[in-house]
Write a protein that binds this ligand. Sequence first.
Ligand SMILES: [Zn+2]
Length: 258
Amino acid sequence: MDTDVEHAVELLSRAGRFLVFTGAGISTASGIPDFRGPEGLWTRLDPDDYTYERHMTDPAFRARTWERHLASPFLGAEPNPGHEAVTRLWDAGLTQGCVTQNVDGLHRRAGLDAEALVELHGDASRIACTACDRVEELEPVRRRWEAGETDPRCLACGGILKPAVVFFGEELPRAALMRASAMAERATGVLVVGSTLSVYPAADIAVSIALRGLPMIIVNRGPTDHDRLAAVLIDGDAAVVLPRLADALVDAAGPRAR
Ligand SMILES: [Zn+2]
């Protein structure tokens, strides 16, 4: 095992549970491009295509939103060994859970429990009602759209539907932020994976843990905005590094792992 992985294991193996914080880099091995717009949140989607105000007021804009969204290449992406490692760490009882900036839904699809997952920017593979907040899977809506509904409405209340991601002009959901903060407060360290920690307020979740003097381990390709706060920096692909790190952490935990 390389020394930086060993050092990471030593720091994260302290009593208590650490937080996993993930960004776009964990999903690149799943074939999802990591392109960045001027708004950091929009690392995957073009803000001009996902403007809340226009979606709510313009049926023609909504029709285009659906056409584009339902054709998004990343809706068919599969989880990779990096996502699976995050699930394994939770199943072993070693983490407080995972806070992600990603909207690809791949942590959920890799079997991570809902109670262990906070998707700060939503999940593009689900559909939400803007009136009653009901969330449903994308496929039934896709079938209705393919059958000719250019402006599918909520089957429960008739409200306007939208992809369950935070649109440009929308605030991050308060409930998600509060759950993420609670996980961070209980954490004894943080493992940052595939994020440059440059998107706020999401990055605050990870940085707040490091600022409490607790170890921050960063696994990322290239530099991040907070490398100097990191106890260990591992420059590499999450899909390669994370499974090794997870194996070593579960081994080190021994009987503590469930
Ligand atoms: Zn509704």
